[in-house]
Design a binder for this molecule. Structure first.
Ligand code: SF4
Length: 105
C-alpha cells in the first residue's frame, strides 16, 4: 500500500513537471512577433531590421542600436527575438529597433 502511494505520488510529480515544461514551451512559442504595420509599431517607428530605419525621420538612430542592446529588451543575448517592455505579450526582433531605444546599462 505504501509502495503504491509512493509510486502514485512520483507519477503525479513527474506528470505535473511535464505539464509545466509544456506550458512554458507553449508560452514561448505562442508569443507572436510584433508586426511593423501594427499601430503601436508604426507610432514608435519599429523595424525588424535596425538597418532599415528611416534616417531622415529618425536622425539620432544608428545602425549599432538594436533591440538586443536596449534596456527594455527581455530576450537572452543569443535569442533571435524576445520580449519588450513596450510590446507586452509579443516578441521583437533582436536586430530590431524603435524610437524608444535606450542603451542597456
Ligand atoms: Fe526594441 Fe527597445 Fe524599442 Fe523594445 S523599446 S522595440 S527592445 S528598441
Amino acid at each position: 500500500m505504501i509502495h503504491s502511494n509512493r509510486r502514485t505520488f512520483m507519477l503525479r510529480v513527474a506528470a505535473s513537471g511535464s505539464v509545466l515544461a509544456a506550458g512554458q514551451a507553449l508560452a514561448q512559442v505562442a508569443a507572436p512577433k510584433v508586426q511593423e504595420t501594427e499601430p503601436q509599431a508604426l507610432a514608435l517607428g519599429y523595424k525588424e531590421d535596425t538597418t532599415k530605419v528611416d534616417a531622415k525621420k529618425y536622425p539620432k538612430h544608428a545602425d549599432s542600436q538594436d533591440c538586443a542592446s536596449c534596456q527594455l529588451y527581455q530576450g537572452k543575448p543569443k535569442d533571435a527575438a524576445g520580449g519588450c517592455g513596450l510590446f507586452v505579450g509579443k516578441q521583437v526582433s533582436a536586430k530590431g529597433w524603435c524610437s524608444a531605444w535606450n542603451k542597456k546599462a
